[in-house]
Design a protein around this ligand. Structure first.
Ligand SMILES: [Zn+2]
Length: 309
């Protein structure tokens, strides 16, 4: 594969508290702000608490999910009295770190999240972008405390709704399991290590290192599975089966236990072999998702290096 070149990544944003009850990112950002870690070598860093209103009340959001508000359409929608707090905040962030899809946008935006699922460290990419995928490869090969995996989405940038799509390059870091509103040292250290490795990678990249071509594995979501529900009340009638709980990424095959009904019956999986992700994620109950099912793919990355003028 031909070498790919990219402009230096000199302006970086690290965001936490996009979901106000996911504590790790909030405290990583607060610590960066306390240490006034706004510049390191070739990289200037802006660290922000994305959703201060939700952080204040320790809830995922106040009116609507901020991490669904960064589409081109919502970012350019006129503000009215009825506009939710999070849409207003998305537009403020877009002014501060974007505008999205412009030359003024930060070069890299890294957004820190937690999940209640046993996902370990999972980087989420909204598109196939060689630069952040090389950062993933670097974190994966240098991090010792946990397995590092990636989930690959593929939305056109204008329709990508997540905060990380505001930067020229971007990705989210999901770390778990951690209950909402709780801080765990092991989870905090994993997120902090991933941020430090990202910045270390950027220094190397900006100073002219070439990152060799290679392969990485990633998971792409095929479908989402809802809980069994009562057809009249729509209430859930079963919970994640103990044999599935905490087994994120482990291949799910036909006949494997999937749900356990409140009356004690096991619901078995039917369908092709796939990998379950975000099993029993707290925030997905309202979205009617018990877990995602994904395919594992291999992505071949070209070698990359900084573009020289
Ligand atoms: Zn989140």
């Amino acid at each position: 594969m031909e070498n790919a070149t990219f402009s230096p990544v000199s302006r970086v944003a690290i965001c936490g508290g996009t979901h106000g009850n996911e504590m790790t990112g909030i405290y990583v950002v607060r610590e960066m702000q306390r240490q006034e870690a706004d510049r390191t070598g070739s990289v200037s860093i802006t660290s922000i608490i994305s959703n201060p209103g939700a952080v204040e009340v320790c809830r995922r959001y106040t009116e609507t999910d901020l991490n669904r508000c960064f589409t081109k359409a919502l970012l350019s929608s006129p503000i009215k009295d009825s506009t939710p707090y999070e849409v207003r905040r998305a537009q403020e962030i877009n002014t501060l770190l974007g505008p999205k899809e412009s030359q003024e946008a930060v070069d890299l935006l890294c957004d820190l999240h937690n999940t209640t699922a046993n996902m370990g460290m999972c980087l989420i990419f909204y598109s196939l972008d060689w630069l952040p995928l090389h950062i993933y490869k670097y974190i994966q090969s240098n991090m010792t405390s946990a397995p590092v995996r990636a989930m690959l989405l593929s939305s056109p940038k204008s329709e990508a709704h997540s905060l990380d799509s505001v930067g020229k390059h971007g990705f989210s870091i999901e770390v778990g399991p951690q209950p909402n509103g709780v801080l765990r040292a092991d989870i905090f250290n994993m997120a902090k290590e991933a941020v430090d490795l990202t910045i270390e990678w950027l220094h190397k990249f900006n100073s002219g290192s070439t990152f060799e071509e290679g392969e990485v594995e990633a998971y792409t979501v095929v479908k989402s599975v809802d809980y069994p529900r009562d057809p009249t009340t729509n209430e859930i009638t079963a919970i994640i089966h103990p044999e599935l709980q905490d087994n994120d990424f482990k291949l799910l095959q036909p006949g494997d236990p999937m749900f356990l009904s409140f009356s004690g019956e096991t619901v078995k999986y039917e369908g092709e072999d796939l990998h379950p992700l975000f099993i029993n994620e707290c925030a997905y109950y309202e979205k009617k998702i018990a877990f995602h099912l994904a395919k594992k793919i291999t992505v071949t990355l070209p070698s990359i290096s900084v573009k020289k003028d």
